[in-house]
Design a protein around this ligand. Structure first.
Ligand SMILES: [Zn+2]
Length: 118
């Protein structure tokens, strides 16, 4: 399975995911947090995610039922990934943080109804 690397904006936090395609299964979420972040996410199995650098710069945020954990860079503020509440066996990464991330114009981005979980 190919490995795709990614990072926050300042480069302090780096990560890698194993996935068949980096630009498949992309989704947005309509919960109140994701609405404010306005990002596109790529889910992977937890074992297919590796934090490759920057653990000391990593901050996290929990809210509501404290199940999901949202990670971001304490230097540049960019959200990099989170442990999913709807499926704790998965990590979702910020698709925009993947190196050379470009969403093809014809690509479908699904919607996760996270607002229903609030
Ligand atoms: Zn950063």
């Amino acid at each position: 399975m190919p490995t795709f690397s990614g990072s926050c904006h300042c480069g302090a936090i780096t990560f890698a995911i194993d996935a068949d395609d980096a630009d498949r299964d992309l989704y947005r979420c309509n919960c109140s947090l994701c609405t404010k972040k306005a990002i596109i996410m790529k889910p992977v199995r937890r074992e297919d995610f590796q934090l490759t650098g920057g653990e000391a710069a990593l901050s996290s945020y929990k809210w509501n039922q404290q199940i999901a954990e949202h990670f971001f860079c304490s230097r540049c503020g960019v959200y990099t990934h989170h442990k999913r509440r709807s499926d704790p066996s998965q990590i979702s990464v910020n698709f925009g943080c993947l190196d050379n991330a470009i969403i093809p114009p014809e690509h479908e981005v699904g919607l996760v109804d996270g607002a229903k979980l609030e």
